[in-house]
Every structure is written in structure tokens, then in C-alpha cells.
Design a protein around this ligand. Structure first.
Ligand SMILES: [Zn+2]
Length: 324
């Protein structure tokens, strides 16, 4: 017999990952499903409801053992009201998703920003267990951050704290998805680093990724890993530059916040932690004040996409008092 659980759903731009999970047994069932980004709100929510029912069936759980459904949203949310402020990749704006989904399923619904959930997962179920003041940074398509102060998630005054990706790093730097210029993620995300590599290759520099670029194929973290292993100079140079910036920003943040742990995750770090972490640490040490960094650890998250899934357990306890 399985223990009480929650259903945790990570809402991506083109697919959702849903899991039945509890703190004792871990993940009991998984469903990954593509979603139609052009679907109406009603249809989209209906797709989420289908994931919920599919998960219950797959896990062979008694329906009553599910205590809440938690949604991880790639955007701004108000966890108190259940309203999504803006989730650009999902085309959702000012939308009370909690209310609509609760109208379709017989469970209470919780929502939180996906990166905040990732930070909660790392803090409660991953490498951050012992951390008191922690920053989780996820480097991938963009750069997201989640802050834990005094072992609790810090949301800020309008629930949008942690937007590390939009810290201004370079005046008049490259354009960012947010409309401003020179943001951290416009310089050091995988997207930004890959764009620089593509430019280098197009300008005639030799790289092991030339063929991918010529064929206009997507350069994923794994391709970067292979290039680094083959000692590709173009790729290494651009990644090195990215690590220098990441280390500098993290040092600067540590001077402000005096953290005890920084956890790095996201697709790019997962693939390249052995290469990137030493470079990030080197740059970090050059830019941080000694006292601010005393005892601070910089570590890679080992949870991958499951960080946000596990974060749902902590959120359900915080907001509903549900312990699973
Ligand atoms: Zn920005």
C-alpha cells in the first residue's frame, strides 16, 4: 500500500511532466505529455486534468491518497490566489488556473514558479538539505534563480524574487528576451553561449560543431559536452567566458547575501558540471569578499528535472499543511 502522496506537474512550453510523489517513497509514477501551446485556456487545463487521472491510474493509487495537485509554472505566479501573472511560453496572462483546474478535478490545487519549486526541491530533498541560506541557479535556455533564506523560500513583495537571469551585467550588451539589454541570461545562458559559438563558426572558425550549424540543427547541452571532450577551442572559449560571468555574478550576490550554499543545476550544468564548476569557482573566488564566502559551498544539483517535482511536496506542506 502506498503512502499519502501529491501530484506534482511541471508545466513546460511544449510538454508537461507529471509525477505522483511523496517524501518516503519518492516518485511512484511519471507521465510526460506534449501540450498544444495554441490550445485555449479551457483545453489546456483539461489536458492537465487528464495528466492527473492518468497518473492515478498508472500508480494504482487509491484516489483518496492524493492530497493535492501542485503546478510548477514557467512564469510569474501568486501562490496565494492561484493566479498566473505572465507565463510567456505558455501564452498565459492574468489567469486563475487554480480555480479552473479545481473545477475539473476533485483535488486542491497549488501553484508556484517552477524555479522556486526547483529550489525547494533541492533544499528539502537534494544537496541543499543542510543549507540555511541558499541560492539555486538553473542554467539552460535562460538562467533562473530561487532563494532560500532561513531555510524558507523567499518570494519577495510581489512573488517575483530570484530573477537572477535579468540582473544587468553589461551595459548595452546583447538583447534579452525581457526586452532589456545586457541581462545575465543574455550573456551566460546556454542559448547565449550557443549563439556566440554559431557566430564564430559562421565567421569561419573551425569547430567540431560546424556540421550541426551548417545543417541548422539545434545545439543541445550534449553536443557541447562532446565538443568540450574533443578539446574544441571555439566551444571551450565561449563556455569559459560564460563561466567567468557566472562566477562573477554569484560572487557579487554572495557579497550582498552572505549565503552558505549555491546550487547549480539546469541542462547545461548537468552535462558539463565537471568542466564548468571549477571555472565558475575560480571566477567566484576572484570576485567575492573573503568573509562573505566563508564556509560557502558551490555544488551541482543531482536532481535534474525532478527538483521541481519534489519541490511540490514542500509547497503542499507550507501552504496546505499537508505532509506526504
Ligand atoms: Zn532580461
Amino acid at each position: 500500500m502506498h503512502k499519502d502522496s501529491i501530484i506534482s506537474i511541471d508545466m513546460g512550453g511544449t510538454k508537461v511532466l507529471g509525477c505522483v510523489v511523496n517524501s518516503k517513497e519518492g516518485i511512484l509514477a511519471r507521465v510526460k505529455k506534449p501540450t498544444d501551446p495554441n490550445a485555449s485556456r479551457k483545453k489546456y487545463v483539461h489536458q492537465l486534468a487528464e495528466v492527473v487521472y492518468e497518473l492515478i491510474e498508472k500508480s494504482h493509487m487509491n484516489k483518496k491518497k492524493i492530497k493535492a495537485v501542485c503546478l510548477g509554472v514557467p512564469g510569474t505566479v501568486n501562490p496565494e490566489t492561484g493566479i498566473i501573472g505572465l507565463a510567456p511560453n505558455l501564452g498565459l496572462k492574468n489567469f486563475n488556473i487554480k480555480k479552473m483546474l479545481e473545477g475539473e478535478i476533485s483535488y486542491r490545487v497549488l501553484i508556484e514558479n517552477d524555479v522556486n519549486l526547483g529550489a525547494l526541491g533541492v533544499k528539502n530533498f537534494g544537496v541543499g538539505k543542510k543549507a540555511k541560506n541558499m541560492l539555486a541557479v538553473f542554467v539552460g535556455t535562460g538562467i533562473g534563480g530561487g532563494l532560500i533564506f532561513d531555510s524558507k523560500l523567499y518570494r519577495g513583495s510581489n512573488y517575483v524574487a530570484g530573477e537572477i537571469g535579468h540582473m544587468l551585467v553589461e551595459k548595452n550588451g546583447p538583447k534579452c528576451g525581457c526586452g532589456r539589454k545586457g541581462c545575465f541570461e543574455a550573456i551566460a545562458s546556454r542559448t547565449a553561449i550557443v549563439n556566440k559559438i554559431i557566430k564564430d563558426i559562421k565567421s569561419g572558425k573551425r569547430s567540431t560543431l560546424s556540421k550541426l550549424v551548417k545543417n541548422k540543427e539545434r545545439i543541445r547541452s550534449k553536443s557541447l559536452l562532446n565538443a568540450v571532450k574533443k578539446n574544441d577551442k571555439v566551444v571551450r572559449k565561449r563556455i569559459n567566458e560564460g563561466c567567468e560571468v557566472i562566477g562573477r555574478v554569484l560572487g557579487s550576490i554572495t557579497n550582498l547575501l552572505n549565503l552558505d550554499m549555491i546550487v547549480l543545476g539546469g541542462g547545461m550544468i548537468e552535462a558539463l558540471d565537471f568542466y564548468m564548476l571549477p571555472l565558475i569557482k575560480k571566477s567566484f573566488n576572484e570576485h567575492v569578499m573573503n568573509d562573505s564566502a566563508k564556509g560557502l559551498k558551490i555544488v551541482a544539483s543531482k536532481l535534474g528535472d525532478d527538483a521541481a517535482i519534489f519541490g511540490g511536496i514542500a509547497l503542499a506542506e507550507e501552504l496546505f499543511g499537508v505532509r506526504v
